[in-house]
Design a protein around this ligand. Structure first.
Ligand SMILES: [Zn+2]
Length: 279
């Protein structure tokens, strides 16, 4: 098995139904390796359902992760919004554990015009509380704040790596499309290498052995991300990214978030495999 698994953010379009289990079965049929369960509109799965999902994943060998609801802002002004955000992360982590998933990804916060350093301290404080709760529950799921694509969103590469270094149980979700859209840069082999080098320096080799990556094509403007695109309709240099991942022996999962989901997931996987043969 290659060090990297490829899959989709959500149920493949060609699945028999929109159920998570049919999604897992379709991932296996397509020869992909992983799937991220999208709880983006809310965690709508019970414990019994999660156990069935876990069985399907074990039976097919498909590796799972989960994406927490979008309605999270750990830098919200209102205490009740902070509590609700924390509880959405906790709910996602609890169900993810029952599903047999090892990681959850989430969008941590908005700056709301705060200086980034102030937002960072606030996000970190509430994230520490959340991780402490998971620790009390002996829930070992990796909690992964995502590198975000809009300049209004908390989640620069540096912020995510700092949280990962400073909060136990936190690891990065590296969304390369988001970072490209946010900066207008980071779309070449050398730049992708510089990101991986930064991860290695800040978090150690161990982080590159356990990476959680999001990739898609992306449209962007001055304020960053506008919308996701299919890879071939975008300027995203995915082959260069895959070369960098190969050359750094990165291990973990690559979740494709292009609108065409499995089509680009398969494209990424096939490209990566052909790059492995060339090396
Ligand atoms: Zn996301």
């Amino acid at each position: 098995m290659a060090g990297l698994l490829f899959g989709t953010g959500g149920i493949p379009h060609s699945a028999r139904s929109s159920s998570t289990i049919d999604g897992i079965n379709r991932i296996a049929e397509l020869g992909l390796g992983c799937m991220e369960i999208e709880f983006v509109q809310g965690v709508r799965m019970g414990e019994a359902g999660a156990r069935l999902v876990s069985e399907a994943a074990a039976r097919t060998g498909v590796k799972l992760s989960a994406h927490a609801p979008y309605f999270i802002n750990l830098n919200a002004r209102e205490p009740e919004k902070i509590r609700a955000s924390q509880s959405r992360i906790l709910q996602t982590a609890r169900i993810a554990l029952l599903c047999g998933a090892e990681s959850i990804a989430f969008h941590a916060a908005f700056y709301l015009n705060d200086p980034p350093e102030k937002a960072y301290d606030t996000v970190k404080k509430y994230l520490v509380e959340t991780l402490n709760q998971l620790k009390r529950e002996r829930n070992p799921v990796w909690v992964r704040p995502e590198v975000m694509g809009k300049v209004s969103q908390f989640g620069t590469l540096e912020e995510i790596l700092n949280l990962s270094a400073e909060v136990e149980g936190v690891a990065p979700c590296l969304d390369f499309a988001h970072w490209h859209a946010r900066t207008g840069e980071f779309n070449s082999y050398q730049e992708f290498v510089s990101i991986l080098q930064q991860v290695k320096e800040r978090l150690g080799r161990v982080a590159l052995d356990n990476m959680h990556i999001h990739v898609s094509g992306i449209a962007y403007g001055k304020k960053g991300e506008m919308k996701h695109l299919n890879l071939k309709e975008s300027d995203f240099q995915y082959s260069e990214l895959l070369k960098a991942l190969r050359d750094y022996y990165v291990k973990g999962i690559v979740i494709c978030e292009s609108p065409n989901l499995e089509e680009d997931g398969l494209l990424l996987q096939a490209t990566y495999e052909s790059l492995l043969k060339q090396s």
